[in-house]
Design a protein around this ligand. Structure first.
Ligand SMILES: Nc1ncnc2c1ncn2[C@@H]1O[C@H](COP(=O)(O)OP(=O)(O)OP(=O)(O)O)[C@@H](O)[C@H]1O
Ligand SMILES: [Mg+2]
Length: 283
């Protein structure tokens, strides 16, 4: 569905992508997980044809994403909100549907469907600059869907949203997937990648470092489970592949005041690949 081979892109004086290769299969939710400045948005801009690679190849179903035909099969939910504040939600969706080439007679029905999908039917006539951050994010998501694209690119769609809207956005992703679409989802929250994505690519400094399902990545790169036995005089740290056996061996340990088990996750995968923590972002 989406294929990058050795894509390089310099923006200003920054080498944003340094030979990025990526394969996204039809019908999957692919997560691009990486800290600030990793190159996620640049990847999305190339995938939807807004930017061209300096070197390397980007293809959507075998076509150049800059070709008009290919662009019609892509919907981008941009990281920076792309909405008209002075227009209502209904007017925004109508405008973007028209711009995306949705036939005039279908626009009203499509807009109604989308308003229902994002739960904004009741507020559809209000100006968008009166919306909460979460409502704007949901509308921004709907804009990506106006022309019913095959490939939906979601660039950090949950930034700055309340928990209710975050859950609503997760449900939207599930609905889009259930409709047979392909989704690329960028985030720097490992919980989102873990929860939503069939496969995850770890991106840092413009390169894809690893790719796989979350259990594959954790097995390959997550390291071992750490059992910490807490004692008055100090903690004992035990790295193990058999944490239950370690716990069983300490069951009669009278000095132990507590125990902590740290199971490897995407955070440990990122740490082992880069030596840095994902949640702290940047360099
Ligand atoms: N228009 C530009 N001019 C110069 N440098 C840019 C431009 N756009 C991006 N960059 C730089 O390219 C690198 C990659 O940026 P990009 O926006 O792709 O990262 P990102 O992974 O999306 O980060 P974030 O999580 O902050 O959104 C960064 O170092 C960024 O500062
Ligand atoms: Mg970005």
């Amino acid at each position: 569905m989406l294929r990058f081979e050795g894509v390089r892109k310099t923006l200003g004086r920054v080498e944003a992508l340094r030979g990025l290769s990526l394969h996204v299969e039809q019908g999957e939710v692919f997560g691009l997980l990486g800290p600030n400045g990793a190159g996620k948005s640049t990847t999305m801009s190339i995938a939807c044809g807004l930017l061209a690679p300096d070197e390397g190849l980007a293809r959507i179903n075998g076509a150049n994403p800059r070709d008009a035909e290919a662009r019609r099969s892509i919907g981008l939910c941009a990281q920076d909100l792309a909405l008209y504040g002075k227009l209502t939600a209904r007017e925004n969706l109508g405008f973007f549907a028209k711009a995306a080439g949705v036939p005039g007679r279908s626009i009203r029905r499509r807009v109604d469907e989308l308003l229902d999908l994002i739960g904004l039917t009741d507020r559809a006539g209000d100006r968008v600059d009166r919306y909460s951050g979460g409502m704007k994010r949901r509308l921004n998501f709907a804009v990506a869907l106006v022309h019913d694209p095959e490939l939906v690119l979601l660039d950090e769609p949950t930034v700055g949203v309340d928990p209710h809207s975050r859950t609503a956005i997760f449900e939207l992703v599930e609905r889009v997937r259930a409709g047979g679409k392909t989704v690329v989802y960028t985030t720097h929250y490992m919980e989102e990648a873990q929860r939503l994505c069939d496969r995850v690519g770890i991106i840092d400094h413009g390169r894809l470092l690893e790719v796989g399902t979350v259990p594959e990545l954790v097995k390959r790169r997550g390291g071992r489970t750490v059992v910490t036995i807490e004692r008055g005089e100090g903690n004992e740290r035990i790295e193990t592949t058999t944490p239950i056996a370690v716990l069983a061996a300490h069951i009669h340990d009278a000095d132990a005041t507590g125990v902590r088990v740290d199971v490897p996750d995407l955070e440990s995968v990122f740490l082992s690949l880069t030596g840095r923590e994902l949640r702290d972002g940047g360099d």
